[in-house]
Design a protein around this ligand. Sequence first.
Ligand SMILES: [Ca+2]
Length: 336
Amino acid sequence: MSQQPIANSQQPTAPRQLLLDVDVGIDDAVMMLYLAAEPAAEIVAVGSCHGNCSAALSAINALKVLEVVGLDRVPVALGAESPLADPMFAAEVHGHDGLADVGLPPPRRNVSGESAVDQILRLSRERPGALDLLAVGAMTNLALALEHDADVLARFRTVAILGGYSRPPRPNDAVTVDPNIYKSPDAAERLFAATAPLFVVPVDTSFHYSELDDDHIARLRASTTPQGRFAWKILPYYFDFYQHRLGRWSSCMHDPLVPAVLLDPTLIAGMVSRPMYVEPVANVHRGVGRDDAEAAHLPPRAPAQIVTAVDKRRFLDRFVDALVTPLGALRPVGDD
Ligand SMILES: [Ca+2]
């Protein structure tokens, strides 16, 4: 009896293996909750970094978030603190504890004992070409890993980051902040100059294509899943902060947008290939993608893949579906 060949479309696609570098942070937390429900992703390990809060606090918060979704075996490695003499955090956006000051209990687990930098180095060697490094905080851990091994990032399938601008900002651009770069400008510049399969969701894209609509907010409010209920505990603080900027009670889902477009490239509606540079502006620094003419006068470097437009509605639908669907029950993209 001959066996029927299994059609490709019916074969489950192996989930992408993600190493997270996160400054947890409300939007980092909801990104992790989303990924826990996403069949296309497997969180292999987490490293904490500074940004929204200290790296120490971020590690504790990562443990709390993983506990909510039962990912008790995913190691959390403590990352490097800010090298700046006067580190910048964002308590007004994320709360003093980084997770909206809602009185969450301490996590049951502790950090792994390995540093986030050593974890990046080790996993890059153990699984060359297999892992995506998803870095959505300040870039300090990545720069320190490069100091140890200039080829470390080249061993990842992609190095996906949130930060920078796809092009030089224009005077009437609404987007003025690029925190992941200005909190670690030297580190970001070293990353942009390194050999790395760099995939960038810049802030001009995340601000335009990730703001939750009212119906998404209503679905989150009504969610009964562990990940949805936790998201709804912490998101109102974030919405309160953004209300003044957006003119409505909502916020952008900056961090979740990065893995969403990485896992489902059909969400990407525009992309450019440009080298990234860190440059001073006023009293801070920003990251900018430069076109050929602009880059001709700058140090030559390999271009990054920069997302410039997204199918916003479909991204937000997927993100919210993941938060309101029981863990393990979300269907793969395209399986409908
Ligand atoms: Ca973040």
